[in-house]
Design a protein around this ligand. Structure first.
Ligand code: KIV
Length: 303
């Protein structure tokens, strides 16, 4: 079968140039990555949102570089076509540009990410330039930047007045000039994202930023209806997988409790009588079992 062409940072720039919209989604494990890749997602983000939807924290601040490396390794194994971008977590780059440089290097070298994403504008332009110079593509992230939740006073829409909007536009241009290949615009008015998108040559990827961005990103558990702690206004649920999981597990529990699972179809039998004497519960084997039915063949993979 012909392998689909891998998406790279430059593919995404070409997509903007040709007016093709970019689809990005988060994933934190290989199975989800495989599924969203199969569905045609162009970019998979190993976001530090994993702190909230995977680790159950109130915000993203506690996520460590090791956490992101671990999840990125899993996602990269599952993705075959999509570009995998990994988040630089809080305090892995803010304190010192050299530390930021090393952190990004770990996401690429140990995690296998294809690029890194960082939150913040002009002040990080020198770091972006240095990373790009070292061959590490960088995605920016402006607007509602969750790592600044305390500075913002909560998860609030940003850039609503002219001064704040001007600042975000300036930051976007600074990131582009430093060599960023794309910018996530989160939680900003459509009137602002429209202008930023029009004034940049690199693509903007919106989340809660309206329809005029060059692409969109959502957290996988949000769009699949699996995360129900809260649902931001910008989320559209395309399925209710959470309800499907609860229904399936309830059915499983019922069958376990009633003794209906496992059925004969899920059961293995010995080749011969295993015990002599009163311990043996003798029952005839219902079918011939061949050698391949050993434990080694259980998951369909050689051991
Ligand atoms: O961490 C994340 O998932 C993100 C997206 C919300 C853009 O940064």
């Amino acid at each position: 079968m012909k392998q689909a062409k891998k998406i790279t940072a430059s593919t995404l720039r070409q997509m903007k140039a040709s007016g093709e919209r970019i689809t990005m989604i988060t994933a934190y494990d290989a199975t989800m990555a495989r599924l969203v890749d199969r569905a045609g997602a162009d970019v998979i983000l190993v976001g530090d949102s994993l702190g909230m939807v995977f680790q159950g924290e109130q915000n993203t601040l506690g996520v460590t570089l090791d956490d992101v490396v671990y999840h990125t390794r899993a996602v990269v194994r599952g993705a075959s076509r999509a570009h995998v971008v990994a988040d630089l977590p809080f305090m892995s780059y803010q304190a010192d540009p050299t530390e930021g440089f090393r952190s990004a290097g770990r996401l690429i070298k140990d995690g296998g990410a294809h690029s890194v994403k960082l939150e913040g504008g002009e002040v990080y332009a020198p770091l972006v330039e240095r990373l790009v110079g070292a061959g590490i593509p960088v995605m920016g992230h402006l607007g509602l930047t969750p790592q600044s939740v305390h500075a913002m006073g909560g998860f609030k829409v940003q850039g609503k007045d002219a001064k704040a909007a001007e600042r975000i536009l300036r930051d976007a241009k600074a990131l582009e000039a430093a060599g960023a290949y794309a910018i996530v615009l989160e939680g900003v008015p459509v009137e602002l994202s429209r202008v930023v998108t029009a004034q940049l040559e690199i693509p903007t990827i919106g989340i809660g930023a309206g329809i005029d961005c060059d692409g969109q990103v959502l957290v996988c558990y949000d769009l699949l209806g699996m995360f129900d702690e809260f649902t931001p206004k910008f989320v559209k649920q395309y399925a209710n997988i959470g309800a499907a999981i609860v229904a399936a597990v309830s059915e499983y529990k019922r069958e376990v409790v009633e003794g209906a699972f496992p059925a004969e179809a899920h059961t293995f039998h010995s080749k011969e009588q295993l015990f002599r004497g009163p311990r043996e519960v003798v029952r005839p084997a219902p079918q011939e079992i061949d050698d391949e039915d050993g434990v080694g063949g259980l998951y369909g993979v050689p051991v």
